[in-house]
Design a binder for this molecule. Sequence first.
Ligand code: SF4
Length: 348
Amino acid sequence: MESSNKVILKNLTHDELRDYIESIGEKKFRANQIFSWMYKNAITFDDMKNISGDLKRKLSEVADIGNIEQEACFESKIDGTKKYLFLLPDGNIIETVMMDYSDRVTVCISSQVGCRMGCDFCASTKEGLIRNLEPWEILDQILKVEKDIGKRVSNIVMMGSGEPLDNFENTKRFLKLVNEEEGLNIGYRHITLSTCGIVPKMYELADMQLPINLAISLHSPFDEKRKEIMPVAKSFKIEEIIKAAKYLISKTNRRVTFEYSLIKGVNDSKKEADEIAKLLKGMLCHVNIIPINKIEESNYEKPDKSFIYKFRDELESKGINATIRNSRGSDIGGACGQLRRKYKKNLI
Ligand code: SF4
């Protein structure tokens, strides 16, 4: 919880902050004021108006609030989606996306700088994993988006760069922080965590019994084909993933989503739809079909519209609930990780 020997206050829950403030010889109620300023996006201790000069000086010697900085922001002319590049204290850059629907504001956050999972269609993994994000760095993406748009964020999807279950300890703490009543107070039911299927961590998550939404990247119902698309499939078979998903449903009674990136000529045939239907029969789940976003580093292409609808109808006809995800912000670097890579290469 410390960086350069200073405690990062945004890594602490409200109770932990009270204990910390007491441990440095201050009255506990000071923690309430500090906590409230942190969630009002105070950048420095000087921004905390009702804190004495002495305490500000003391705090700046031993603690940091924990702030990431907005490096760039791109707004879609098509649907108003905003994509942010945030600068971390060590100079790394991460990508965050804000989607403003009429009834909710959803933010897609990153959990790692880069990713080591190697999914073939994904720009985030092309340079491997650079490092895990700290809990406060995951949290602060939401605070900085709120500051920029002047609105509350209602929903979170952990679908940006990184595999949240590969940074599980920090993800767990982030989930606790984001749910804090006096903080962002975002309910677990409004949080979706996406995983490529790290089975042991799925069981651990299930045992936490949080009513969050789990999205599992399937991308093929056949192990051999899945291994070609996502190397993590070499470690965990589909059968094991389905078993873990069923366990999670039994613990949380929450519907699981299977993400299916639809790739022209690779996984978009009737054979695949039939097998998915067999695999998921009777499960409390739904399939989210994501027509692939083309990235420069891969030859994969989006299927024609008629194929996309046919695939959905095929699943629906076999009793599997399926939807097609609308790609938002396609004019500002649609696929995850694309914007960051282009920015780093000075292409935008
Ligand atoms: S899709 Fe997700 S898990 Fe796969 S490489 Fe990209 S960021 Fe990592």
